[in-house]
Each structure stands twice: as C-alpha cells, then as structure tokens.
Design a protein around this ligand. Structure first.
Ligand SMILES: [Zn+2]
Length: 159
C-alpha cells in the first residue's frame, strides 16, 4: 500500500497579509536585533501570537560550545509555555538577517524546532499558523504539522 502526505502553503507579500499576521512578521524582523550570533552571523527572530492577545518574542542565542545555543523559535516557544502554559499559540513568525539584510531564503526551522512546534500544537489541539519571512515573500503554513510529517510521538500516549 502506498500512502501520500501533502500540504498546501502560500507565498505572499508582507503587505498583503492580514494586519495581525503582518504585524507579527514585522515583530519577528525587529526581534532579530536581540540575536547573539557571533559564530553563524545568522540572526533569527521569532514572534508568537497567543490566544490571550499576548505576543512573545525570542532570538537565537549562540554559545562557544555550539550545542548550548538555542534557536529563536524555541526561545520564544519555551518562554510562552512557561509563562502561559494553558494559553494556545495561534501563530509564529520567523525572520532572519545576515549582514543587516533580510535573508532571500525563508528561514526554515531546524528539525528540533519543528518537533517542538509539532508537540505544542498537538498538546493544545489547535493549529499553529507558521509564517516564514524572506526578503521578497512570506511563506504561510496553516499548521506546524506541515513542517514535520510523521513527527515523533512517545509511546506512552502523551504525544
Ligand atoms: Zn531550530
């Protein structure tokens, strides 16, 4: 038996997004200034919109001992889940800068961040809209699940 997984996503221009989404993307761009990335020179900002109206941001924080570093997405995600553990995350916007310029390629989240987003989405039971901001387009995914098909689930049923 052959099975297929597919999804549809959008490529939009920042100014054509609904206002709340456009604002979140601009906040992600602004948050890149909070990055500490002396090793990669890849400054990433993430902004989350919560269902209680709060916005949470995070930037990547690197370390000379590379594995200690944390991505922007998980910095924001873990903060949101710490302060508002019972509040759903509606959307995340991610942007990256290199040499003071918005990257031409969308900042696709790494595997760890995709797994983190997938688990939070599963736990809260509602989709997280993902927006990846590049210089000339914003890719919009209706759910974090699109970014990690067949995500890891523990066998104890918690995820
Ligand atoms: Zn990551």
């Amino acid at each position: 038996m052959e099975k297929t997984f597919s999804f549809t996503y959008q490529s939009l221009v920042l100014d054509d997004l609904p206002k709340a989404d456009g604002d979140l993307c601009r906040m992600a761009l602004q948050t890149t200034h909070g990055s500490y990335a002396p090793y990669s020179q890849f400054e990433v900002g993430a902004a989350l919109r919560l269902s209680n109206g709060e916005t949470v941001t995070g930037a990547n924080q690197e370390n000379a001992s590379y594995p200690c570093g944390t991505c922007a997405e998980r910095t924001a995600l873990n903060y949101a889940r710490t302060v508002w553990p019972d509040v759903n995350i509606e959307a995340i916007a991610v942007a990256a800068m290199q040499q003071d310029t918005v990257t031409g390629t969308p900042p696709y989240p790494c595997g760890l961040c995709r797994q983190s987003l997938a688990e939070v989405e599963h736990r809260q039971g509602t989709p997280i809209r993902v927006m990846l901001v590049a210089a000339d387009e914003v890719l919009v995914f209706s759910s974090a699940e699109c970014l990690l098909p067949l995500a890891f689930h523990s066998t104890d049923g918690h995820f």
